[in-house]
Design a protein around this ligand. Structure first.
Ligand SMILES: [Fe+2]
Ligand SMILES: [Fe+2]
Length: 372
């Protein structure tokens, strides 16, 4: 037993963090994806890990950070995107609300790091360091060994390069671009993340004055993606707000790829004065416009001040599905959980493995059976 003298703040942190240790890393490494399926894990926020039958491991919006950890001076940076948006100065109480379910430094197999946009809760310096410092490689279309590519819009690539990722290891994508990773094709689409338009790189008092300026090129800051996989077409909308143009994406994807199977949307309950996440009606409208078969809310998990009840989506879906003849249904996930498509296509909700599958395979050790 550890002597109390050995128990320190450092020993506590090292023995409890990350909360899930390498549990999920091991689960992903050990997962065998059947032909015609695609397996996904929710990493928290809008982070998704994809694994395909052809062995493509792709991390999207992998992020290993947190939010507020102290009250500090009670103020936010005057050029923070929420300060730009709503003219606020008081610190937003966005505390990280979910455990760390994956250890970036224990990742062994990775074929691409993909990012939708430049916000801090969508990019990981830790993962970048792990990939670059360990010279992690994958194989290109011709079977040639190459460094694991970093794929994202121009400004995300600039951030990676600023961290020390070699520019030649990065692939800048804009709407319409395609990248092939083993048996997966990643197709970039327009983002509708209007919070990006009020995001300035300089967050100090000297931030650029945005008033009257025609917005910068959105495509350089954010994109949405379609992941075309052997198990289905998965649409990841990053932090997009609702847009009527989802309908065009839905039509284009139906024509070109046979339709969207699953779509992810950044869901949340917006505080007064803020328009940043899609709410229940937006999630349903997005799924309907994309002609998706399943809609999965994400992002509502992570910030204490944007939490939302997914049952709002279910209640609204129940009220509308017959009149509007919805062809999709929602699926409610848990952080750290997996979802296999099309295997799980008819499920409505996830529950972590409840265990005890081998009950009574061995003789219990009890005084008598009636105690059971
Ligand atoms: Fe964002
Ligand atoms: Fe976000």
């Amino acid at each position: 037993m550890a002597d109390l003298k050995d128990v320190t703040r450092d020993s506590w942190i090292m023995s409890t963090f990350p909360e899930w240790g390498t549990w999920l890393n091991e689960e992903i490494d050990n997962a065998v994806v059947e032909p015609g399926q695609v397996e996904m894990w929710w990493l928290g926020c809008v982070g998704i890990w994809f694994k395909t039958p052809g062995g493509a491991n792709v991390a999207v919006d992998f992020w290993a950070g947190n939010g507020k950890r102290t009250h500090g001076d009670g103020l936010m940076k005057p050029g923070h995107q929420m300060a730009n948006m709503a003219g606020v100065r008081k610190m937003q109480p966005n505390l990280r609300n979910v455990p760390f379910v994956i250890d970036p430094f224990a990742i062994k197999n990775l074929d691409a790091v993909v990012v939708t946009h430049i916000h801090q809760d969508h990019m990981s310096k830790e993962l970048a360091a792990h990939v670059v410092n360990n010279n992690m490689t994958t194989t290109d279309e011709n079977g040639k060994e190459i460094p694991v590519p970093f794929i994202g819009p121009k400004d995300a690539v600039d951030i990676w390069v600023g961290w020390g990722v070699p520019r030649e290891q990065c692939i800048v994508v804009k709407p319409g671009d395609r990248v092939k990773i083993k048996d997966m094709e990643i197709v970039a689409y327009d983002s509708f993340d209007r919070t990006i338009i009020v995001t300035t790189t300089d967050t100090s008092e000297n931030r650029p004055d945005l008033w009257g300026k025609c917005p910068m090129d959105m495509d350089e800051k954010a994109v949405n993606y379609l992941f075309v996989t052997p198990g289905g077409n998965i649409y990841h909308s990053g932090d997009s707000h609702y847009s009527i143009y989802f309908a065009k994406h839905g039509k284009d994807i139906a024509k070109e790829f046979g339709g969207v199977d699953v779509c992810f949307g950044a869901y949340g309950c917006n505080p007064i004065g803020i328009q940043d996440k899609m709410e229940a009606t937006d999630m349903l409208r997005m799924a309907e416009a994309l002609q998706s078969k399943v809609v999965i809310p994400i992002h509502h998990d992570v910030w204490t001040n944007f939490q939302a009840d997914v049952q709002e989506i279910k209640v609204l879906w129940d009220m509308r599905k017959d009149r509007l003849d919805y062809k999709f249904h929602p699926f409610f996930w848990e952080v750290g959980g997996h979802y296999t498509y099309p295997q799980d296509k008819d499920r409505f909700a996830y529950h972590h493995d409840r265990g005890f599958h081998d009950c009574f395979d061995h003789e219990p050790n009890v005084p008598f059976r009636s105690v059971l």
